[in-house]
Design a binder for this molecule. Structure first.
Ligand code: HEC
Length: 107
């Protein structure tokens, strides 16, 4: 019985590990498709903040998906310094929301 539980636990760990990996891959595809990678990388600072630090900043913010989805389309400045993120009108509402969700799921 104990062995069965241990096995189940292991399977869950493996599956959840894969899910996180898959989401990072999907995020990467969306970032490339919407040209975000000109300024953002997931785990390295480029012109804009790296996306893992964005995730950390909003970790306890329940409204963060909405805030970030809006910012992704409208751009802005002043949160991470003086640099300006230009508006990204080519990004669909669905993509903006999905990207915000994936960013916030980063560890
Ligand atoms: C021309 C460079 C540039 C491009 C292209 C760009 N960004 Fe940004 N982004 C920035 C800068 C600079 C900031 C910091 C703005 C600030 O301090 O308020 C930023 C901030 C952000 C933030 C954090 C917002 C906040 O208020 O904390 C997110 C999320 C983000 N960008 C996502 C994206 C996504 C998704 C795309 C692609 C659709 C994108 N960015 C395209 C430069 C860029």
């Amino acid at each position: 019985m104990r062995r069965a539980i241990a096995l189940l636990f292991f399977i869950c760990l493996t599956l959840s590990g894969k899910a996180v990996y898959a989401d990072t891959e999907k995020l990467q595809i969306l970032l490339q498709r919407n040209n975000c990678t000109a300024c953002h990388l997931i785990d390295k600072r480029k012109y804009g903040p790296k996306l893992t630090e964005v995730a950390a900043k909003y970790a306890n913010d329940a409204g963060a998906v909405k805030t970030l989805a809006a910012k992704i389309k409208a751009g802005g400045t002043g949160v991470w310094g003086e640099d300006i993120m230009p508006p990204q009108p080519h990004v669909s509402d669905t993509d903006a929301r999905t990207i915000a969700e994936y960013i916030l799921a980063l560890k």
